[in-house]
Design a protein around this ligand. Sequence first.
Ligand code: G3P
Ligand code: CA
Length: 275
Amino acid sequence: MTPARQHRIQVVAHRGASEEAPEHTLAAYKKAIEDGADALECDVRLTADGHLVCVHDRRINRTSNGRGAVSALELADLAALDFGSWKRTPAGRARTEDPDWEHRPEDPAETSVLTLERLLELVADAGRRVELAIETKHPTRWAGQVEERLLMLLKRFGLDAPAAPEESPVRIMSFSARSLHRVRAASPTLPTVYLMQFVSPRLRDGRLPAGVGIAGPSIRIVRSHPMYVERLRRAGHQVHVWTVNEPEDVDLCVGLGVNAIITNRPRAVLHRLGR
Ligand code: G3P
Ligand code: CA
């Protein structure tokens, strides 16, 4: 397919280089930076004692050796757990115990629970510009606390009030328009991404929640309704597509001129893009 893009497509490592390393761990994010990803995606949740941690599921059962909801556990409880060994090699061995895995972390901290604060430090120390796409998960449960804590933390890093959205190295994503509205009300220049899993009237019309500049459709939507990408772009929105892992989907995104590809395989996607 002939590339239609006029711009450089951003490659975003979804939960880090999460095909290879356990998702949302320092090991996965370090690998993504090493692979050359332009940006890192992470999901954030609040612990019972008010810390933002990078965990996708409501419960920790799938990605750790513990059990329970993140919201019912304190950071110290989570810090005692292993968030790495669940990840298996194709042969079924724990990734972290695989002697052939060149990125096997020596330090248990690399596969323990990751706070958003630690991830911000990692990005600050990356030695090059690495952007961060932070997704708020189930924000209604905490009635604004996730966004409040998030903005407080970004403020500590001088990242809460960029001069203009296009200059910001951080953007906030959510499936919840209400969550994005809270972010925009407090920090109008922080870019926001409205995530979409299914086709909706909003998507059909190329219309995002007020003030939101970026659309985040799933690759399933893009495959079935590629014309919506053009419609969103004509309406002046950027389009960031998730989760794009297959080479033919990368080519489809390139042909449609999307702005960002969110992938579990940053190295393979960069290679496909000739970078
Ligand atoms: O980048 C957006 C994507 O991460 C949304 O889906 O379930 O992987 O958080 P999910
Ligand atoms: Ca996510």
